[in-house]
Write a protein that binds this ligand. Structure first.
Ligand SMILES: [Zn+2]
Ligand SMILES: [Zn+2]
Length: 304
């Protein structure tokens, strides 16, 4: 089994209310050897989106380390607890340098084990919200998103792994999905039921973005950074973890080996969500190891 879940959120994240101790207890009950807390830190999160989300996706790092250090000590014989953070990278010209220096300051000040570099916002909006998709096909919206990631991964000193590469397929608006289905001659598909997440389930193919994705993967590999497999896609009913299997296959073809695995759980019961499926897929694709991080250094664990 996969013994570590290294992407999860507690009540230090704007979008979670979960108690860290409940996460630790649940991890033990699920047979995990260790976990890494990776709460959300999204500097300069767009104000409008913060209002709608009920918070700005930042938190008090002193309090975080104080509480998690205590938890680590309390569970030291039962669970390997590590302290990380999921940072939101930004490509907007006016924000980029401010965001990078903000994270650099945090990384210099606090002893993080592991940093996930994710792209949650671009064009000063979180594309989780419909407005991002106005007037766009799903492919146009996603192409801009992959382009933002491609720019963001250049700041590789900030992170250890790239989070949920294609998760945006979950949030394509219904209108954008319909426009794409029409453009691809798949209009009939839209009458079969709910459009929610239809794009991710039925239409999305990484081949539509292969240049962008290749560029991202090559940069990650050159910089010695990892690619995350995020099982939340399975939880959302897409039938695949992020990124989709074709991308993991391509990563390996290009020489990529560093893989991290996380559930992106926001409640304890989602810890290690469907990790068996992830494990089988990695073995099928020829991967031999997955990686965990301690003080920002990687350690391989054999997949078995
Ligand atoms: Zn994320
Ligand atoms: Zn997350």
């Amino acid at each position: 089994m996969i013994l570590y879940d290294v992407h999860l959120h507690s009540r230090f994240s704007t979008d979670s209310r979960e108690e860290p101790e409940n996460i630790a207890e649940t991890a033990i009950s699920k047979g995990l050897r260790g976990i890494c807390f990776t709460d959300h830190m999204d500097l300069y999160f767009p104000e409008e989106c913060s209002k709608k989300s009920g918070g700005d996706f930042t938190f008090d790092l002193d309090g975080y380390f104080e509480e998690l250090d205590e938890l680590k000590a309390k569970y030291r014989n039962r669970l390997d607890i590590r302290i990380g953070m999921e940072i939101g990278l930004r490509n907007e010209t006016e924000l980029k340098s401010k965001v990078v220096s903000g994270y650099e300051e945090m990384l210099n000040k606090y002893p993080f084990d592991f940093i996930i570099g994710s792209t949650h916002c671009l064009e000063n909006i979180d594309p989780y919200w419909e407005e991002y998709w106005y007037g766009r096909t799903a492919e146009e919206g996603l192409d801009r998103y992959f382009d933002a990631i491609d720019q963001n991964v250049s700041d590789s000193c900030l992170f250890d792994t790239v989070g949920h590469l294609d998760y945006l397929v979950r949030y394509v608006s219904e209108e954008a999905c319909l426009r794409s289905a029409e453009a691809k001659g798949l209009a009939g598909i839209c009458h079969s039921g709910s459009l929610k997440r239809l794009y991710g389930r039925e239409i999305y193919t990484p081949a539509d973005f292969s240049d962008r994705i290749d560029s991202i993967l090559k940069k990650i590999i050159d910089d010695g950074k990892a690619l995350e497999i995020n099982s939340a896609g399975l939880k959302y009913g897409l039938g695949f973890a992020h990124p989709k299997e074709e991308i993991l296959k391509r990563y390996r073809e290009l020489g990529g080996e560093l893989i991290t695995i996380g559930s992106d759980a926001h409640i304890a019961e989602h810890l290690a969500y469907d990790f068996d499926t992830v494990r089988e897929m990695l073995i099928y694709l020829g991967y031999k190891y997955y990686f965990i991080y301690n003080e920002r250094k990687s350690e391989g664990i054999t997949l078995q």
